[in-house]
Design a protein around this ligand. Sequence first.
Ligand code: SF4
Length: 446
Amino acid sequence: MTERRYLVRTFGCQMNEHDSERIAGLLTADGYVPAAEASEADVVVFNTCAIRENADNRLYGNLGHLRPLKQANPRMRIVVAGCLAQKDGGLIQERAPWVDVVVGTHALPGLLDLLVSAEAEGPQMDVREYTEVFPSALPARREVAHHAWVSIAVGCDNACTFCIVPLVRGAQRSRPVGDVLAEVQGLARHGVVEVTLLGQNVNTFGRDLTVPGSARRPLFADLLRAVNDVEGLRRIRFTSPHPHDFTPDVIDAMAESEKVCEHIHFPLQSGSDRVLRAMQRSYRRQRYLDWLEAIRGVITDIAVSTDIIVGFPAETEEDFEDTLDVVRRARFDQAYTFQYSPRPGTRAATMDEQVPKEVVQERFERLVAVQEEISLERMRDQVGRTVEVLVEGTGRKGGVQGRTRMNRLVHLPGQIAPGTFVAATVVSAHPHHLVGEQVRVPVAVG
Ligand code: SF4
């Protein structure tokens, strides 16, 4: 019997990367093996994102390319999963009737059954509104052996006006602490040395749970401490906290847990109070800066990255100047900058006074220029230091690349196996990466 092959294409955020590992895991458990190209695959899965601009156009473009391949290979099954599947449901099969399965974010565990039903009955769709099985509980096939994404909560209880997540992922549901720990322990036994805990708003983890045998709710800080105790694990990351819900106990837990890396992703979105209000982000610029100061007061050498949206509806030049001001004061190591564009289904998309594209572009370029300068200065501070690098794989410029605890990308010469920790001296700095030289001594790690 010939082997059945699959290909998963992932769009969007880490949550989708995490779900794609589960999709690959389900298919592997059913006997499928990976295909290198769509033309060799019996099952092609698009794990879609509804956040990026023109996500639907890109999806239909990709589906259009697959159509002749499917006509040439009638055994091929095409699956659309992820946020766009959840949001658009039946519309996808109306526009692309050659799609066999549409599976929403809450229905992933049923993927194999949907494929079997599609075989017998034709196109299938499941975009149920409620998660019954946490995707993390499904088998996973990870892209790398040393790192794993671990979902601690799905959905979000906030209502940021630019964001589609509450619509496509639903209200927050936290995963019981015991389940998270069991997964991390299992991963560590299988050689995973670094985990990234994932949630839309990790700070509110546990709000919907109780500690067994008590009326208390488990807190994110408790979870960090518990994961820190897992034997064999060397690094813990998490993403993302919401500045509104950030609490001092999380800073203390980070400082006390030696495996928790000195990096925090702290989404700003805008430095203007007026825009933050319109975005329905419930903190203000000064509160944000105060939190950063508090974090840096306890963990002095910590890298901070952020997300910033430029050109939110009705953003004025003064609002934008406020954002530049916060950026200069916050001195982020990295900023993921986005030009606002309306996402269908969000409140912001219906707001008057959308900012003209050329104004957004001009502000965006000014913001990037300011941030690049700060990023380079922050990187230059690293030159001459010896840092611990976890090697991830081959670098784009030859040699290998890896990350420091502070999440800085480092290029190193030579060939070093992925998953190896090395000590490296930083010899030069660029806005988005460092160049290092391996130090020939074993690295002392906790
Ligand atoms: S906190 Fe806001 S931006 Fe983040 S997922 Fe929830 S609604 Fe979206």
